[in-house]
Design a protein around this ligand. Structure first.
Ligand code: PEP
Length: 251
């Protein structure tokens, strides 16, 4: 049985002080989630990773990105050994904002995923089509390329333990969440692709839906057999809303 997962992507929000406050307030929340077989985590900005980890060591903490090289002339980047030094071993890879604003490609995501595998870390690999691609009926074509090219060369064990997030770009931060049927169709399709490549790793890999998930709609997604949880932006920023997301995942 796959454990449910709720993950907050804070993007470029929250100072260290605000991040610390959330982390402290989430200590009880995490116990509550755990008692209900739900894993919870957040992805703060780099500057707050250590702050959050120390304030609530039981919360899963992810970086929002990393470089594939260990060190070098890459101004403004952060490497995997630097994250490991802070005790951070989860990283979001290929978020649509990174793909569209910072020219991330399936190939660059693949290099990062291979580097994370070499360091025994856990990725949340994001895939999703744009509105134009959705309207042109190209969703599965796009998802297939992102999945196959992103996962190229990864080992079965790593894939079994990774997380893939289906986040249609048209639903991120827009208030237009995909229907539960669309989420199930595409999360199921991703699982099929993983099955073709890695056999029973497909039964273990956790696949999340993300895109305007709110306390009011989170439960719908969790009723779907191939949706193992949610990656949430806006609704993960306030601890009360995060609590409601967990409560509604359980219902
Ligand atoms: C995200 O940033 O991954 C996301 C899904 O954002 P939002 O929940 O705000 O749409």
């Amino acid at each position: 049985m796959r454990r449910k997962l709720l993950f907050g992507n804070w993007k470029m929000n929250k100072t260290q002080a605000e991040s610390k406050e959330f982390a402290k307030e989430s200590i009880e929340l995490r116990k509550f989630a755990l008692a209900n077989d739900i894993d919870i985590g957040v992805a703060p900005v780099y500057l707050s990773l250590e702050t959050v980890r120390k304030a609530n060591p039981d919360l899963i903490v992810a970086a929002q990105n990393c470089h594939f090289a260990d060190h070098g002339a890459f101004t403004g980047e952060i490497s995997i050994p630097m994250l490991l030094e802070l005790g951070v071993n989860w990283v979001i890879i290929g978020h649509s904002e990174r793909r569209s604003y910072y020219a991330e490609t399936n190939e660059s995501c693949n290099k990062k995923l291979l580097a994370l595998e070499a360091n025994k870390m856990t990725p949340i690999y994001c895939v999703g089509e744009t509105l134009e691609q959705f309207e042109a009926g190209k969703t599965k074509e796009v998802i297939k390329a992102q999945t196959l090219e992103g996962l190229n060369g990864l080992g079965k064990e790593f894939v079994s333990n990774m997380v893939i997030a289906y986040e249609p770009v048209w639903s991120i931060g827009t208030g237009k969440n995909a229907s539960k049927e669309i989420a199930e169709d595409i999360c199921g399709y991703i699982r099929e692709l993983v099955h073709e490549l890695y056999g029973d790793a497909a039964d273990k890999v956790r696949i999340l839906y993300g895109g305007s998930v709110k306390p009011e709609n989170v439960h719908d997604y969790l009723t779907q057999p191939n949706v193992d949880g949610a990656l949430v932006g806006g609704a993960s920023l306030k601890v009360d809303s995060f609590r409601q997301l967990i409560e509604n995942m359980i219902k």
